[in-house]
Design a protein around this ligand. Structure first.
Ligand SMILES: Cc1ncc(COP(=O)(O)O)c(C=O)c1O
Length: 403
């Protein structure tokens, strides 16, 4: 079916994290309720990484049918759930996953918290590559561990891994774990096979376990192909915990159901034992199971249309800014629906940039610095929204900056 992705669905008042609240910036305070709106004075939210598009129709249909059944007791994943996920990764990524490698998780962020506690002890160091998805930081520090960053190198808006630096940091015997963001949020890189292999070899050679967070793996822009970590060969794969999820792909984040793929039996057992220990190894939400199975089986047509739309939003953003606010540079998008914007030419410090975006323009981005100091002067915009929302935000920005 043809989806009308231009249609704006009013999410305000639904408890949507993106539309009903905002995590303030450094001087704007903690999460507060907001009155988001396109046409009044309320701010326009372009921050939380979910989509303003309804989920695929087959998911909505399957949920409606499941709701009509009326009994929502303790539930577990059936073979058909695992088959749907396994088929998807085989079909889309040529990655053959075995059912006994999979453990479910209530989300990738909780799973990374569990993993830090499972595989590290307090005082260990955990490697990340800033600027990077900021909840990685608390998963490390809440586990009593120390963050070590091998910053990405930014050459004229193209980000690459710093392999010499990675090698040096991985050689520190205190570094036990590395969290890889692949594709990379917020810089939008889709790592090549060569980059991933070099990264994996450095970690594995130095005894550093890899958590590969592949939550954005299905969100590829035209001509870009995702390289699953799980296809890098036994030596690397046996040293990895791979996080997969339907949440970004099909806009199901609120369902809180994702799949951890852990081919190494010992690592897998350790993860499962930890889940038992903290009491989350029991039942799953029946509606989440229904939604995820339907999405992996029948969501492909919807995803194709959504990906085209996001790419058009990216091109539109690029054209609009080049024409109207050329001081803001758009970083090329290879994957994810999160676009990294360089506001550096405006020459504003953190507080002044927040004043400009949040208070004057009333457009809510994720400020770059929350992804690490390397993000200073950047903002992250979410492009998974109907064009009228993007346009409203861009016009406000233009009017504010150009006066
Ligand atoms: C790289 C990355 N990992 C994990 C998540 C969130 O995962 P979950 O909602 O499954 O906890 C996000 C959401 O933006 C993300 O970008």
């Amino acid at each position: 079916m043809k989806y009308d992705l231009d249609r704006v669905v009013d999410r305000s008042g639904t408890g949507a994290a993106k539309w009903d609240a905002y995590r303030g910036g450094s001087h704007a305070g903690p999460i507060t309720a907001i009155n988001a709106s396109l046409d009044s004075d309320g701010p326009i939210p372009m921050w939380v990484a979910d989509m303003d598009f309804p989920a695929p129709q087959p998911v909505i249909d399957a949920l409606s049918e499941r709701v009509q059944h009326g009994i929502f007791g303790y539930s577990m994943a059936k073979d058909s759930y695992f088959d749907a996920a396994i088929d998807w990764f085989g079909r889309r990524h040529d990655w053959e996953i075995s059912k006994d490698w999979i453990s479910t998780a209530p989300g990738i962020v909780p799973a990374i918290h569990f993993a830090v506690r499972t595989y590290c002890k307090p005082g260990d160091k955990v490697l990340v590559q800033q600027p990077v998805y900021y909840p990685f930081f608390s998963s490390i520090t809440n586990g009593g561990c120390e963050i070590v960053s091998s910053a990405l190198i930014n050459t004229d808006g193209y980000y690459e891994m710093d392999f010499d630096d990675l090698e040096a940091r991985a050689a520190d015997p205190g570094v036990k774990l590395a969290i890889l963001c692949s594709p990379h949020n917020p810089v939008g890189r889709v790592w090549t096979e060569d980059e991933l292999r070099r990264y994996g070899e450095i970690c594995t050679r130095n005894g550093v376990l890899v958590i590969a967070d592949e939550i954005h793996c299905d969100l590829m822009m035209p001509g870009v192909r995702f390289q699953p970590y799980g296809l890098l060969g036994d030596d690397l794969v046996n040293n990895a915990i791979i996080c997969t999820a339907p949440s970004k792909t099909f806009n199901l984040a609120g369902m809180h159901l994702s799949n951890m793929v852990i081919p190494n039996k010992d690592l897998h057992k350790a993860y499962d034992d930890y889940m038992v220990q903290i009491g989350v190894a029991g039942g799953l939400n029946p509606l989440a199971l229904t939604a995820v199975e339907a999405a992996y089986n029948h969501g492909e047509d919807w995803l194709g249309q959504v990906l085209e739309y996001i790419w058009e939003n990216h091109l539109h953003l690029d054209d609009f800014l080049a024409e109207n606010i050329p001081q803001i540079k758009v970083i090329k998008l290879e994957g994810t629906y999160l676009n990294w914007l360089d506001f550096g030419e405006l020459g504003l410090d953190r507080a002044a940039l927040e004043d400009l975006t949040q208070l004057k323009a009333r457009v809510l981005f994720d400020e770059g610095y929350i992804f690490g100091d390397e993000g200073d002067g950047f903002e992250r915009i979410n492009l998974a929204c109907p064009r009228p929302i993007l346009d409203a935000a861009l016009v406000r920005l233009k009017d504010t900056i150009n006066g």
